[in-house]
Ligand binder design. Sequence first.
Ligand SMILES: *[C@@H]1O[C@H](CO)[C@@H](O)[C@H](O)[C@H]1NC(C)=O
Length: 306
Amino acid sequence: MVALRNLSLIVGAAILCRSRAVYAANSFAGSNLYYAAGLYEDDRTTLLDVPIVPIDLHRGLQSAGMKVLRVWLDGQSESQKGTNINPFPDLEPTQICNGVASCYNDTVLNRLDDFMVAANSYGIKGQTFIQDNQQWQCDRAATIKSQLSSDNILVMTGGESWMAESVQPDWLTCDSLDVISIHAYGTGDYDTSSIETYVQQAQSAGKKLIMEEWGACYFDTENNDCPTGDALSSDTRNANIQQWAGSITNAGLPWLYWEVIPNADPHYSYDYEIGLVDDPSWSTLKQVAQDALSATAAFDFSAYLL
Ligand SMILES: *[C@@H]1O[C@H](CO)[C@@H](O)[C@H](O)[C@H]1NC(C)=O
């Protein structure tokens, strides 16, 4: 009820009553993996939820109660973040295809079809309409919306680099957009009070918000500048994860962590990753993901989750 209590300060009791009926849904957490279509089957199982025998604990995304995995249509040909890759080409391997069927290579779609079937059995949804680094303008969203056979698919923006840039006024008034995605790595953007101002704008506009990318840097640099540095102590990093996930959840936003990987984290380049193998931060991330499931959300995504 945290989000609703705070909302009442802003919009008053009359709206609060309506909000209670409309928005009294629980939150959720999930993760990103830009190379999901390249996973070999054993890594896929590890990521989704491998039982650890003989003690029968589980350690994958499902064990953290994570509900959504965001994937990409970009090809990959070599190992990424320490994960072996079964190579696959871009959906549009050589040029922008503009609907010319013979121009596309469906390998990535077929791979993701298989991935979604597997993910589904673990209670996790692959988002199907994710683009790479382009932003979805309103007309693009309209094109996608017109092609969808089902009302049960949300059309989202692609997110930008921080909160204010991610929530553009024109998107709030775009009929074809259902969800505005926020990508944020600056820690000020994780403050509950800061997020709530955007929550209020979105609620007024009848749109949903999601923290589609956030992460806790492995290094002791500024959180949004994470290419190299000295490693933070595990306690410090875990405290950061706890604090930031907590404040995002308290503002009523569901979130997708950047990113959970199915192997030990090799710690190279921009490093927000948390590995499922022996990572001292996985149990913390798992706990805050589970906490999100029992927190009240500012937006009702329940119809879209498994
Ligand atoms: C699509 O990509 C796969 C894998 O690289 C390749 O084997 C196949 O021939 C390609 N198909 C087309 C139609 O180009």
